[in-house]
Design a protein around this ligand. Sequence first.
Ligand code: BG6
Length: 469
Amino acid sequence: MRSLLILGASGDLTGRLLFPGLARLLATGRHAGLTVVGAGSEDWTTDQWSQRVHDATEDSLKDATDAGRAELERIRRESTYEKLDVTAPGALAGEIARLPAPVAVYFALPPAVSQKACSLLEASELPEGTRLALEKPFGSSEASAAELNNTLRQLVPESQIHRIDHFLGKGTVLNILGLRFANNFLEPVWNRDHIEKVEIFFDEDLALEGRAGYYDRAGALRDMIQSHLLHVLAIIAMDAPARLDERDLRDGISSVLRAARVEAPFTGSTRRARYTAGNLASRDVPDYTSEPGVDPSRGTETLAEITVTLASWRWAGVPFILRSGKALGTKRKEAVVTFKPVPHLPEGFRGVDEPNRLRIGFGPDVLQLDVDVNGPGDVLNLNRVTLDADLGETDLLPYGEVLDGVLNGDPLLSVRGDTAESCWRVVEPVLNAWAADEVPMDAYPAGSGGPAGWATSAKGEDGTEGGLK
Ligand code: BG6
């Protein structure tokens, strides 16, 4: 790629995640000579943009290779900002035509704006090799995702469309592939005969952080579960692909999500809640409905949980519980696989036997297996021990990984069109039931462990059993 055009460049996502990810990638010396242009609807001065680029590249400069440092310094000098209304006919096409081709266009924009901008591109011939990268959420329903897919396919082939889910660039997600498909001991037990349940948690200790404009229309289910956690589920549940290429890997993900359902009644298979005033990391947080920019009539949830089942021989009857929330007292970001009890525990063992659990941490990236062994002391006494591996940091940030794919023209780590539609198909019945108030909205004080009664069985980051901790 010769150019990267970031739309929504003055937005929060570009400053917080996208540009730092790009900086970490360029610091490796890859993609030398790339022209990087930011565009947005705000009237930003060159100085404002330079400041943003400066801040976002600061950390990466420290660890850059010589070639990477030279690249980052060049980007700091040369990157420019354009004021651009992408919903004005011809404006975006003109900007793409002006840049050295081929151009990767990154839409860090709300779905309705991306849809409008892409529809307008249909009137123009895009330069050969143009790639389109679209930030999540991709559409706002199965129908609108299908419509956006149709529009995009008029513009460029599917292989040049990158639907971004930065969880696919997380080391942990790639670790699941290695763990499952490069070792022989898991596959024989990785099914309904041996696994009781799979839980995927992403409990955050961050509150709204000034993102009401986006979050209040999204809520926890759309923001985190609809794409991110469903992809983690798919990678845990998929069959081994023949190759780790974009076709086989994404076929595997797609077939899991086609089999995924949330069963009605949703009062049994889903829960939702919203935070009330509380204290989070020594900071007072107001009731969600009093946060600036929140419209209480939208009924947005800040904590969501759904139980997904998979219509397949491997997984029939195994619940996949997906939960994510904001303003929780304890961070908990992990997948926990709970195994069934042994069919017969020899009489004579003392102590409690507990199910084996495998934990896959999403940062810190760890792998832990809880097992019962005789242990020290009384040889017939069972002791719980944890086999623990720290997997360390990956070289690139998740956004660096996915941008590397965009700039290399490899869609392996981006969401395929049919999968983007499947993700909406899974959550849409739940969203409709919640909009019709079929499921009560629970409450929890910010900084707490979640609503009373939402106990879970597995341990949190701080080792506490039960609750959301
Ligand atoms: C984003 C969500 O996609 O993912 C945020 O919009 C969330 O609400 C974030 O905080 C979590 O991902 P990470 O990688 O930043 O922990």
